[in-house]
Write a protein of this length. Sequence first.
Length: 311
Amino acid sequence: MFNSGEYTPHQPVLYQEIISALQPRNQGKYVDCTLGAGGHAWGILTTSSPDGMLLGLDLDPAALHLAQERLSIFGKRAILMQASYITLLQRMAEIGWNQVDGIVLDLGVSSMQLDQAERGFSFQEEGPLDMRFDPSQPVSAADLVNHCSETDLANIIWQYGEEPRSRQIARAICQARPLHTTAELADVIVKTIGKRKGGAHPATQTFQALRIAVNQELTSVREVLPQAIQALSAGGRLAVIAFHSLEDRIVKQYFRQESTDCICPPGLPACICGHKASLVEKPRHAIFPSEAEILINPRARSARLRVVEKL
């Protein structure tokens, strides 16, 4: 295990595993594409002391402000920008970086965002139906809930939430409109499908679906992965944390494809695609949080980490 400093408050999920995977070194260049409160960035900058540098990106201005405060001790070694990770190569070019030694992507909503009722991500506390990572973007969850057709709403809940009762929920939402708060939406869902004994809250999958749709999360993941691989130098590593199967499936399939020499359909007598592996998985399987981490942070239980190294 690498020495990642003494940072302890609100450490992000799989913190030590990320530091071990990226192996930050002095004079290395790294990108935290989902900066959040700066937890992973802290570890990377501490371990790459005294001259390692980090570019941190985040759409959320509140998270960026907090990260700027926490990472200010690193001075010019930390370059922070309010930007989407789908602009990774553009942001690197702006600061004169061609390639980097490591990249981390911690996908989905952060604990900090879930805990802020006014952001509208959680059904646990009442807040506006917002769910935008970047509050300046035009479409909020309220827009989808109150203006989508019943069919479109059902498709969102099914496709992005994998909710088997999506049509019932969409019908109930349309009948109850307008809805303005997370509590109102959660109440409609509970009354429609009831509470599940011993399981997740009945609104969990619908809230996930709306958040993914609002922020176009799956499209963004597909766009950033090729950029991240292009940005890495030989031997550089990309570490991706996903919290649900939809994101993880995209990451897993992309990593498997790019770590395989031939991707021709099965049954051909010889390879005609000419595809050559550009990555090696480190390891081939996903890495999960320890039981100890899950006890401290129950939200970590669904996290899975995948790491690749560029050939």
